[in-house]
Design a binder for this molecule. Structure first.
Ligand code: C2E
Ligand code: CA
Ligand code: CA
Length: 553
């Protein structure tokens, strides 16, 4: 047999305490306290083992009301039922006790059966409650929530329901900066806002804590505006409470099309929307759309086939030549990956690179591309030609890979080529992620003999600072970033960038050049290199070979 549950009897009368003890001592271990203050002390020492409190109201030092008030404010005692023992039936007192969180009443006529039943029922109920309610937030646990939601949907024929995935942005960061205690406080507050808001909701609803900082709300509604309003109300309340952290919450809303749909699919769709909102500064709630779902399916299909495709050499490397403006002749190239499906269709990198950056596969793919480029350079050297450098793209994800530098160095050693033939393009926005990390990476790359380009210069927000802090070799500026602010302004900016780059002794490559006018302007401004459709599109390796052989002739 397991240990007996403890019952704490709080009463200033020794007679009363003993009477209760005699009735209950067979099934429970009895603890006693003479007043509210003592009781708090005993409770504090035995909070994990006390299953119930029997509380007298009129006592010296701290009375029953005082005790209820203090305990009501303490999270950890939430599930301990308190039964108030009374001698008279005073309605006012009873009402006040219930308001303060008492569970039930017992008359001090000491009728053993009644006392035993009431105590047993309260303890059983509290045990169930403990299983069904999340201790931190007092909303349903995930399991209970799912069960209640399933029931609500099954019984709600003809009614419209929506599911809201509600969570805190960057919760993990707050947790690690301020500690898990503060994290718990935050979750508990969010839970409270969800609970209080939904308690006032007039139509049918269920709500619970799914895991961590994620809450689920399923509710009947008529008009989607109701949903947005509700979400905004909660978001504002939470924000007001945590002004210090610039706290943002995200709500992914899924309008349930068919009430018999699997809950897991409902959760997934809403979660998907929430992920889309993450890191967006302007919106923190969104509704699920068909396109989102289709995108996920497409991405899933890519993920299912990517490994095999790499094995199968379906990824091929194209070369886009760069031209030296002074001579109008090709001078090296950028390697750009393509996915050539078995049926011959070519998928552009915009379709898969962002996904590979999220799932980490980019590490493998980039290494593959780098190796292909090294093989190409080796071939050129073996054919007795002096290769022009080829630049490869280096996803920001590599910076978090401790083997990054080693991989590159191993590659050039494996093919016995000088690192000067391999230029590395790092996109500008990667520099903002972590300046320190970048500084070090660039330092080591330089030490190993590589040249580092800043790709997409001007696409971010503090490009100039980055130039100051990190010792880069070449700037690439994309013409599309300039056309945004109008032609004339764009030209002025370009001119300023080229002048500045010159004074820093950094060559500039203008990218995305499509028109003759642009070429003439760039020439006038003294730009060094051009890469763009005007001269050449990215092309297969054989085509690029022909081009450079022709140049040498
Ligand atoms: P990026 O590094 O900025 O590459 C330049 C992109 O501009 C290429 O698109 C190129 O085809 C395109 N482009 C070149 N000239 C012109 C032009 O005159 N007009 C227009 N409209 N576009 C031009 P692509 O090949 O589709 O690649 C897109 C992006 O995908 C690249 O942008 C790069 O960020 C990424 N990417 C491509 N290959 C790789 C790779 O092997 N590894 C990694 N990590 N990223 C890659
Ligand atoms: Ca690039
Ligand atoms: Ca670029």
């Amino acid at each position: 047999m397991g240990k007996k549950n403890q019952i704490l009897v709080v009463d200033d009368s020794k007679f009363n305490r003993t009477s209760f003890a005699n009735i209950l001592k067979n099934d429970y271990e009895i603890l006693e306290a003479e007043n509210g203050k003592d009781a708090l002390w005993v409770l504090g020492k035995n909070k994990d083992t006390i299953a119930l409190v029997i509380l007298d109201l009129v006592m010296p030092v701290m009375d029953g009301f005082g005790f209820l008030e203090v305990v009501g404010k303490m999270e950890e005692y939430r599930y301990i039922p308190i039964i108030v023992s009374t001698t008279d039936d005073n309605e006012e007192n009873e009402k006040r006790c219930l308001e303060l969180g008492a569970w039930d009443f017992l008359s001090k006529t000491f009728h053993p059966d009644i006392i035993n039943f009431r105590v047993k029922n309260a303890i059983d109920k509290s045990k169930v409650r403990e299983l069904e309610y999340d201790a931190l937030t007092d909303v349903y646990t995930q399991q209970k929530f799912s069960q209640a939601t399933r029931e609500m949907l099954d019984n709600g024929k003809g009614k419209k329901f929506a599911y809201i995935h509600f969570d805190v942005e960057r919760f993990k960061i707050i947790n690690s900066f301020y500690g898990s205690k503060e994290g718990d406080r935050l979750i508990s507050k969010v839970g409270q806002v969800v609970r209080e808001t939904m308690e006032c909701y007039e139509k049918e609803c269920t709500y619970g804590r799914i895991t961590g900082d994620i809450f689920g709300i399923c509710l009947e509604f008529e008009d989607v505006k109701e949903l947005s309003d509700l979400v905004e109300k909660m978001q504002n309340q939470i924000k007001r409470f945590f002004v210090l952290y610039y706290l943002e919450t995200t709500a992914g809303i899924y309008v349930i099309e068919d009430n018999s749909m699997e809950l897991s699919a409902i959760y997934e769709n809403a979660n998907l929307v929430a992920q889309k909102c993450k890191g967006q500064y302007l919106f923190h709630e969104a509704f699920y759309t068909k396109e989102m779902g289709e995108k996920v399916l497409r991405e899933q299909a890519i993920m299912d086939t990517m490994d095999a495709a790499l094995q199968d050499e379906q990824f091929i490397v194209y070369f886009q030549p760069k031209y030296e403006l002074k001579k109008y002749s090709p001078s090296g190239a950028e390697a750009l990956v393509r996915w050539q499906k078995k049926d011959g269709t070519i998928v552009p990198p915009s379709e898969f690179i962002p996904l590979f950056e999220r799932n980490g596969f980019i590490i493998k793919l980039d290494c593959y591309v780098w190796e292909k480029v090294c093989q190409f350079i080796r071939k050129e050297l073996d054919a007795g030609r002096t290769p022009e450098p080829i630049s490869v793209n280096v996803s920001r994800v590599h910076l978090y890979n401790p083997k990054f530098l080693e991989t590159l160095v191993d590659l050039v050693e494996k093919y016995k080529i000088s690192p000067k033939y391999l230029n590395l393009e790092l996109t500008e926005s990667a520099f903002f992620d972590n300046v320190r990390l970048m500084q070090n990476a660039v330092k080591y790359l330089h030490k190993a003999g590589f040249t580092v380009f800043m790709d997409d210069f001007g696409s971010g927000y503090s490009s100039l600072n980055i130039l100051k802090d990190i010792d880069l070799d070449v700037i690439k500026i994309d013409m599309k970033f300039l056309s945004k602010g109008g032609e004339e302004k764009g030209m002025k900016i370009l001119e300023a960038v080229i002048t500045m780059a010159k004074s820093l002794h950094m060559p500039v490559i203008a990218e995305g050049v499509e028109e003759k006018q642009q070429v003439q302007m760039l020439k006038r401004l003294g730009c060094h290199y051009i890469q763009g459709y005007y001269f050449a599109r990215p092309m297969p390796q054989e085509k690029y070979c022909e081009l450079i052989i022709k140049k040498d002739e």
